[in-house]
Design a protein around this ligand. Structure first.
Ligand code: F6P
Length: 550
């Protein structure tokens, strides 16, 4: 049974406290405590988290920590690492952490240690990636591979695409990678126009190997290849990553060219598995291992640090405070690093597919809000698009700023400006600008009083808007691994507090089923029945358009 979380002692006390917090000003909290930055920040696994720019004081934090304990966060965490079947609706263990653990890891599912099979696959990834990167693995005309096309969707795309882009500066100079996910063939078409069939390796990445988009793209890619090479030569150009060996073989990929993983790895947690093959191909096995090590370092921190000093737990609790007590309905992610441009999209799946739920583990409708909408874009671009709303809109939207202290490029001056903007945005969101400050400034510029009065409301910033800042020393495979694991564990902690199953995703099913029916109707001359008038009307329009194309 999951007791109603809002009925617990800490929840009620936090509710009481949130009344006062709504009127408290962060600028006053900073003024009254010169140690605030030190008190509300910490380092772990090579990352630094500053959460001081939140409407939070020591008493609130204590209550949030009590809430985490009341909700059994530590016990659930231990159950996850211990291989417990915490994904109860699918009766599965949740052990993506075992993918980044060393060979000596005791992680087990159903009493069976998993380290040997995990490392056997890693060994195969090492051998394969070395062969491709060295030029020993040849395409059907005898030339080395130049292009990797990863065909997958959701977790089989977002993770490898994000990590591969983030680690762009580590790429092998001969290799380019492309990610095809959308069933809209403009995606595949664009990729195929950039590659040569003789030097292209397709990685078909799908946990189930049944996902409509991926299988359709894979079949079309295979048909395209077979216009240039024959069935036997396919083996040099198609490999698969999946848990479904039978479907892979049925597709025509030899099991020798298949990299397996396991049902205890959720799709959105799978970049650490062979789903990361394209990342390993691009940055090399050593780099991939460092990525895993970064994730492992965060795991070690998460499992051993007390909640008071536990980075994922604190990040999660600040999020709970903002979501459930200060009613922030969305969470913006602002990486001040161009190479992290796919990170907000990656977190959308991680957090929203995990915690976008409205029933608790025991099937009761929640009486509290769960996952906020997660969105964002890189700084400084976002500043010139939607930051206006962050500063002066009617919603309070917490922002996670993410930046690296050292850039990977050597172009003078830019990084200083980038970091200055990053820090200035969080300062501006926190500080705001009072009407009195605006008035003094405009009067000082010699504006007549009536103009000052007219402009003051427009130029006033309410401030008091929360943000976290996460600093990496540099964006490396290890720091990226730690960053991804930080957000995974944050998501986990929030899911435990909200009492939901963070590891299923039934909400994606209904649309898939309906799409199958509609696709059949689009493909036949029968009139469409049993739909609402809107859906029937849209189907009719698409049919007419298809007919007019012949
Ligand atoms: O439809 C959602 C989903 O199941 C995701 O959870 C998953 O990452 C994605 O589809 C792709 O699934 P697969 O790897 O099995 O193709």
């Amino acid at each position: 049974m999951t007791p109603d979380i809002t009925g617990g002692g800490a929840w009620q006390a936090l509710l009481d406290r949130s009344q006062a917090a709504r009127s408290s000003q962060m600028r006053d909290l900073f003024k009254s405590d010169p140690q605030r930055f030190n008190r509300f920040s910490l380092a772990a696994a090579g990352l630094f988290l500053d959460y001081s720019k939140n409407r939070l004081d020591a008493g609130t934090l204590d209550l949030l920590l009590t809430l985490a304990r009341e909700r059994g966060v530590e016990e659930r965490r231990n159950a996850m690492f211990g291989g417990g079947k915490i994904n109860s609706t699918e009766k599965r263990a949740v052990l993506h952490t075992a993918l980044r653990a060393p060979r000596t890891s005791p992680a087990a599912v159903d009493g069976q240690a998993v380290a040997d099979e995990v490392h056997a696959v890693l060994d195969r990834i090492r051998l394969f990636t070395e062969r491709v990167r060295s030029g020993e693995w040849l395409g059907h005309t005898g030339k080395p591979i130049t292009d990797i096309v990863n065909i997958g969707i959701g977790g089989s795309d977002l993770g490898p695409k994000m990590a591969s882009q983030a680690l762009r500066t580590y790429h092998h100079p001969r290799l380019r990678c492309h990610f095809v996910s959308n069933v809209d063939a403009h995606d595949l078409d664009a990729a195929l126009h950039q590659v040569d069939p003789a030097t292209t390796l397709f990685v078909i990445a799908s946990k189930t190997f049944t996902t409509q988009e991926t299988m359709m793209n894979a079949r079309s890619a295979r048909a395209w290849f077979l216009q240039h090479g024959n069935q036997q030569q396919l083996a040099r150009h198609f490999v698969a990553v999946s848990t479904n060996i039978r479907a892979v073989e049925e597709f025509g990929i030899d099991s020798a060219n298949m990299f397996p993983f396991w049902d205890w790895v959720g799709g959105r947690y799978s970049v650490w598995s062979a789903i990361g093959l394209s990342v390993a191909l691009m940055i090399g096995y050593e780099g991939f291992r460092q990525f895993l090590d970064g994730g492992f370092a965060m795991d070690q921190h998460f499992i051993s640090a007390p909640l008071e000093k536990n980075m994922p737990a604190l990040l999660a609790l600040v999020g709970i405070w903002n979501r459930n007590f200060l009613h922030a309905a969305s969470q913006s992610i602002a990486p001040y690093h161009q190479d992290l441009r796919y990170f907000p999209g990656y977190l959308q799946q991680l957090e929203m597919e995990s915690n976008g739920k409205r029933v608790t583990l025991d099937g009761k409708t929640v009486t509290h809000a769960t996952c906020p909408v997660v969105w964002g874009d890189v700084g400084t671009n976002g500043q010139h698009a939607y930051f206006q709303l962050l500063h002066q809109g009617t919603e309070t939207i917490p922002v996670d700023f993410i930046a690296a202290l050292r850039p990977a490029h050597g172009i003078d001056g830019h990084h200083r400006v980038l970091l200055a903007n990053c820090f200035a945005q969080s300062e501006a969101l926190m500080l705001g600008k009072t009407a009195a400050e605006v008035e003094a400034e405009l009067s000082g510029q010699g504006l007549p009083p009536e103009q000052v009065a007219a402009l003051v409301p427009h130029k006033t910033f309410p401030g008091n808007r929360p943000s976290n800042t996460i600093l990496l020393d540099a964006l490396t495979p290890a720091s990226l691994g730690a960053l991804v694991a930080l957000y995974e564990h944050k998501t986990f902690v929030q899911g435990v507090i909200w009492g939901v199953n963070s590891f299923d995703q039934w909400g994606v099913e209904l649309g898939k089923v309906l799409a199958k029916n509609i696709e059949a109707e689009l493909n036949s001359d029968r009139g469409s029945q049993s739909h609402d008038s809107s859906t029937s009307g849209l189907i009719a329009m698409a049919r007419d358009a298809a007919r007019s194309l012949g």
